[in-house]
Design a protein around this ligand. Structure first.
Ligand SMILES: N[C@@H](CCC(=O)N[C@@H](CS)C(=O)NCC(=O)O)C(=O)O
Length: 203
């Protein structure tokens, strides 16, 4: 099983963290997304993460890959087996991923357009999604230690990975005093070995 990832991708980091936490043997191929690379041979849309299975099939999109990893290696489970628990974890993950999509969309606008050509209206639109997404997650978490139930789930993993990226690349989007509940969760998650081993590189 080979995971295509990039060092900074928080979507790929979700899967890397799961595999480490579950102690599943795997290979990681780090791809430079901005140079010609092998990724398009396995994923036509050229995004990480992509997981090449031993039978040659390739899974793309972190929620699908997370689903595969969690059902194939259920010890420990990060997505509950029961329908309600599963939906709840997926609900959090969708909001965390969607908020991160808006971060990525903003960064691509800044990367591919000189300042004069950037659409401020587009950036403002994305920023309002980011602010609203973080505010909703902050409210949902309240003072509980975990997003769902009484143990770590994919919801906590997704939030920690995305906040790690935001804190490094656009720290002014996530002012910790503004989001104390998320900051507490993020700090406790960052102390785990799996998060330490997958930290995005600075810069
Ligand atoms: N919804 C996808 C998002 C994946 C994604 O946006 N990956 C980014 C890196 S964080 C990527 O590969 N971007 C390269 C590109 O868009 O060309 C998932 O959950 O896997």
């Amino acid at each position: 099983m080979k995971l295509y990832a990039s060092p900074a991708s928080s979507f790929a980091r979700k899967i890397r963290v799961m595999l480490i936490e579950k102690n599943v043997s795997h290979e990681v191929e780090m791809v430079n997304l901005w140079e010609p690379n092998e990724l398009q041979k396995v994923n036509p849309i050229g995004k990480v993460p992509a997981l090449k299975l031993d039978d040659g099939r390739v899974l793309i999109s972190s929620p699908l890959i997370a689903d595969y990893v969690d059902s194939k290696y259920p010890n420990p489970r990060f997505i509950p087996a029961d329908a309600d628990g599963r939906t709840e974890v997926r609900r959090w993950e969708a909001l965390a991923d969607g908020t991160m999509d808006a971060v990525g969309t903003s960064l691509y606008e800044m990367r591919f357009h000189d300042e004069a050509k950037r659409s401020q209206a587009w950036l403002d639109r994305q920023r309002s999604k980011i602010d609203a997404g973080l505010a909703a997650l902050e409210r949902m978490l309240g003072n509980r230690p975990w997003c769902v139930g009484d143990a770590m789930s994919l919801a906590d993993i997704a939030i920690a990975c995305h906040l790690g990226f935001v804190t490094l690349r656009v720290p002014h989007y996530f002012l910790q005093a503004q989001y104390p509940n998320l900051a507490r969760l993020w700090k406790s998650m960052e102390a785990r070995e799996s998060l330490k081993k997958t930290a995005p590189p600075p810069g």
